[in-house]
Design a protein around this ligand. Sequence first.
Ligand code: CP
Length: 348
Amino acid sequence: MNLQIRDDMPDLSMSTPLSLDALSSNLMLDTPGVDLWRARRHLLDTKDLTKVEVECALRFAAVCKKLCQLEIAPLPVLNSKVVANIFYENSTRTRSSFELAARRLGATVLNLDVQSSSVAKGETLLDTAQTLIAMGVHAIVQRHASSGSAHRLSEAFHDKVHVLNAGDGWNAHPTQGLLDLFTMLEVMPDLCGAKVAIVGDISHSRVARSNIWLLKLFGAHIHLAGPPTLMPPEISKLGVTVHNQLEPAIEDADFVIALRIQLERQKKGEIPSLSEYKKLYRLDHHRLKLAKPTARVLHPGPVNRGVELTDHLADDPELSLIRTQVANGVAVRMAVLYLLLASKEAKS
Ligand code: CP
């Protein structure tokens, strides 16, 4: 999939302030998949998405990235909308980039401080959401430790609010999957037959699950590597190849995605010792020589420096895509917010 902006796209830098009509045509509302997004209320999981929808979102993300690079955004496309971030778990990247994305589309952003909210007094997730909806919130971006919580919210308030899952338990982190895919497609426009290794704590990783669904949709061969205690027993049923050793997983790989080891789990004895983990699975320049010479490394963040990969590799501007992933997160989140909230209105 080619993420280049199409040649006939007008020079947006010449047309500020943009009218909604101009923007709608520049944002390619005739792109296949827009009708599917118009019919969609929520973004809960990557496994719900068709390839056409994913390609549509990534085309929009490419345009949004360009708009940000040209410093044309903020755009007046979500001016009447209110987007609420409700994060029951900590976040740097996802929360900040959803906020930036919404602001760059002109939306009002409400960041609920869960720690100091009435959640501390026992208010339920659904009551919190209902309260915000009563105040006129149009979209809730939610992160929660409980798998399935975003689905629950979407079922309870299907017609009242758009729900965007910003990570629920071990289940899904759809915008992370989309931004990882976008980042890989920028490097390699055709992922069909590409080898992608995912290394680390697969059991507890919503990122791994969201990536697997999308990468399969684009024809990549997925190889997982990690300690047996961090590998779900049934995972090979998803059509992936499972290794307990790092080397066969990364051999000839086009991309290697290192996952965060959740150190809090180590304290509870759920993962092997860190020193053993580093000895067997930590990525470094030497080990990466097993992969293709063009291979690139990704990590969803936050990185445990020196655990999943060496500092030298994490900061290598040639081999590491970590900063590009972060930058692309804003564009991808602009795209999904636009498609869920604005594209419906743009048609009428
Ligand atoms: N990748 C990711 O979800 O990072 P944050 O926890 O910082 O949002």
